[in-house]
Design a protein around this ligand. Structure first.
Ligand code: SF4
Length: 691
């Protein structure tokens, strides 16, 4: 039996694990134990323990396939598939004569940094477009924009380890124990050490119950009212003079304009908007205002709104207000849902930046990349590319002719799936994945990719920690690593710049042109079992545990944004009287491609469900496990009812992992105007009994 140490491929915590393999098959998983470094401290959650179960699943895609004119899949050689794709891409580019928005690429938060780097390089150097994006658009694009504007850096400011030393933990819009269980474990440890926990979430999540039992506060605000809640808390902090005037005066700007806006949101008004009792808002403010250090955690409850950027900026405002930035056990800490969503952003799999957030429309930076890649700068795309949702709309309008999807499943993950389906059917669609996803079923060509256990590279965890991914077995069937596949297409299209022999060569190139990754070399990662946290500007730098040390913000001074409250785009009415919110469960991951092929996980939760309050269920004569229809202005699904105290009357919740009851058929594609993130957390819905 072989043992290979690697990094978990599910959530962004970055737990270290051993994959055990026999005769080319991965058969078991074990956690990396202390004293070796592991963010999970010798533990794995149930997803981590089960991570080996999907790797050798019989559903794995093992051959390239082309769809024939009758819609049937035909197994083809790699040569034929690569010829077919490159000919088609070249033809589309020639026919559209220099149009740089004609083809798009979706990169992947599940693939390695090196593969994301190669994908954006391919888009920019070969397809000559900045149309490259990935599913961070759907989860944390508002974080990148919001924290970038407030602090100058759009990542988690502090590290996981610091949670246990927090005096106060403020958790808003993050179901931490279920989505990041081993970060949740640190919250529990902090509670045992006497920390006070404040939880704000529309649902009664497990940590909310625990907060109330441990001298903390649970606030169940109406979905989409985060700005009102946060402004209400800050109003009390300022009113009662609990803010850190010295920190604000020395390290921040625009405080007076911000204060004028916040003082409009009295706790009384905040209570009316949010539904949270006024005394709870005041108490939360006093705990934060008087605490020595508050560690703020948020996740998609904050970001997935049409005002997601406003929400993020409000969390930054709160932490600056009390001087809770740039110190140990403080900060604004957005937890990343997927293993490498941080890395995919860092690698420039975004339409407006190259690696390390270097803007695509800066001529000097463009020249640097053109020279590194050996291409003509004049042929590069000068304009920001299209985002995920904009590419879908462009495809629907016939303006985007082809889409190359690597390890993403937009038909399940994007809002308003019926619209997404129609749009994808109008393009030449190439899907590269490990399993046949609903998106892959619509493709013209499928390319079988190697899983994380079959290749080398790096992932960057939610705390900016770059860690190694090691190869445990050879690629299953005829699959290949994603970076190799992209390199083959590029070469066929006449570009040899992606002709790497191993992924460490790609990381060396990333080191060379990415200031925040300069010191994170393959050699150093081999030597440092804890990996390295960016920014790490040179090979002697130890990496950065927390950002903005001593109030020295990446942008110079921290910026207070005045944010007025705006409600969600679609609110309940007589026809659609419920608020529908969507999210995840402990037992599954994202669109279920991997976790639903894990026996352990799928046996535990084999099908989708809608959570409905017992009050509403009684009123509608709905019983536990009864099939109901959930309907919105976009579509309808049939799904089992789960009666629960977790949602209040008027609110329903559906996890989005289940293809046969796909929540995103229902969700609203209304976008945040800046981050272009859809409002996946709030839309109006109705429930009907199925007679
Ligand atoms: Fe994997 Fe996240 Fe679970 Fe750790 S907490 S084992 S990284 S899914």
């Amino acid at each position: 039996m072989n043992k290979t140490k690697t990094t978990c491929v599910y959530c962004g915590t970055g737990c270290q694990l051993w994959l055990k393999s026999i005769n080319g098959k991965v058969v078991d998983t074990k956690p990396v134990m202390p004293p070796s470094f592991n963010p999970g401290r010798g533990k794995l959650c149930i997803k981590g323990w089960s991570v080996h179960e999907f790797i050798n699943h019989p559903d794995r895609l093992t051959n390239p396939m082309i769809k024939d004119i009758n819609g049937q899949w035909e197994n083809v050689s790699w040569g034929k598939a690569i010829d077919y794709i490159s000919d088609k891409f070249k033809k589309i580019m020639e026919e559209n004569n220099g149009n740089k928005k004609i083809i798009g690429c979706l990169s992947s938060a599940k693939c390695t940094n090196e593969e994301n780097y190669v994908m954006q390089n391919f888009a920019r150097a070969v397809l000559k477009t900045n149309n490259v994006d990935h599913c961070a658009r759907l989860c944390h694009s508002s974080t990148v924009v919001g924290l970038g504007a407030s602090f100058g850096s759009g990542a988690m400011t502090n590290s996981i380890e610091e949670i246990v030393d927090a005096e106060v933990i403020f958790l808003i819009g993050s179901n931490t124990n279920e989505q990041h269980p081993l970060i949740g474990a640190r919250v529990l440890e902090a509670l045992r050490k006497g920390a006070r926990l404040i939880v704000a979430d529309p649902r009664v999540i497990p940590l909310a119950e625990l907060a109330e039992d441990n001298n903390g506060i649970a606030m169940h605000h109406r979905p989409g009212t985060d700005v009102a809640l946060l402004n209400g808390i800050m109003n009390v902090i300022i009113q009662e003079n609990m803010h850190d005037e010295q920190f604000i005066g020395k390290h921040c700007e625009n405080f007076d304009v911000f204060k004028e806006e916040v003082m409009k949101m009295t706790p009384q008004r905040a209570s009316l908007i949010t539904g949270v009792p006024e005394e709870k808002i005041i108490e939360a403010a006093r705990i934060i205002g008087k605490g020595k250090n508050t560690y703020l955690i948020y996740s998609m409850g904050i970001t997935q709104h049409s005002n997601g950027v406003d929400n993020v900026k409000s969390t930054a405002n709160l932490q600056m207000l009390c001087g809770n930035v740039g110190r140990w056990a403080t900060g604004v800490n957005p937890l990343r849902g997927q293993n490498n969503v941080q890395g995919a952003c860092d690698m420039g799999a975004l339409p407006n930046v190259f690696t390390g957030y270097q803007p695509v429309n800066n001529k000097e930076i463009q020249q640097k990349f053109a020279s590194e890649w050996g291409i003509d700068q004049d042929e590069m795309d000068d304009e920001t590319g299209l985002t995920v949702m904009e590419m879908i709309d462009a495809a629907d309008q016939g303006e985007l002719k082809a889409l190359y999807v690597m390890g993403e499943n937009p038909l399940m993950s994007d809002p308003d799936s019926n619209h997404v389906r129609e749009a994808l059917q109008k393009t030449f669609l190439v899907v590269q994945d490990i399993f046949m996803t609903p998106t892959a079923e619509l493709a013209d060509v499928i390319l079988p990719a190697a899983s994380f256990a079959e290749k080398e590279g790096t992932f960057t965890s939610t705390e900016r920690r770059v860690q190694i991914v090691r190869k445990a077995i050879e690629p299953v069937g005829n699959s290949k690593a994603d970076w190799q596949i992209i390199g083959l297409i590029a070469e066929k299209m006449g570009y040899s710049g992606l002709n790497y022999q191993k992924s460490s060569e790609i990381l060396a190139e990333i080191n060379h042109i990415t200031p925040i990754y300069c010191g994170i070399t393959w050699e150093r990662l081999q030597e440092n079992e804890a990996g390295l946290q960016w920014p790490c500007p040179n090979i002697n730098h130890p990496g950065t545990v927390y950002l903005h040390k001593d109030g020295n913000f990446s942008r110079g001074k921290g910026y207070f944004s005045p944010i007025s409250f705006k409600g969600p785009v679609e609110l309940p009415d007589d026809e659609f009287p419920f608020v529908l919110s969507t999210g995840r469960t402990l037992w599954h991951f994202h669109t279920g491609t991997m976790s639903r092929r894990s026996k352990t996980l799928n046996e535990r939760v084999p099908e989708g469900y809608v959570e409905i309050s017992k009050v509403d269920a009684d009123r509608l004569y709905i019983k536990e496990k009864e099939m109901v229809k959930v309907i919105t202005r976009r579509g309808e699904i049939s799904i089992k009812a789960r009666l629960t105290h977790k949602v209040s009357p008027g609110l329903i919740f559906i996890p989005f992992h289940f293809e046969e009851a796909a929540a995103n058929i229902l969700t609203n594609a209304a976008l945040d105007p800046i981050a272009k993130i859809p409002e996946l957390k709030v839309c109006a819905a109705q429930i009907k009994k199925i007679q």
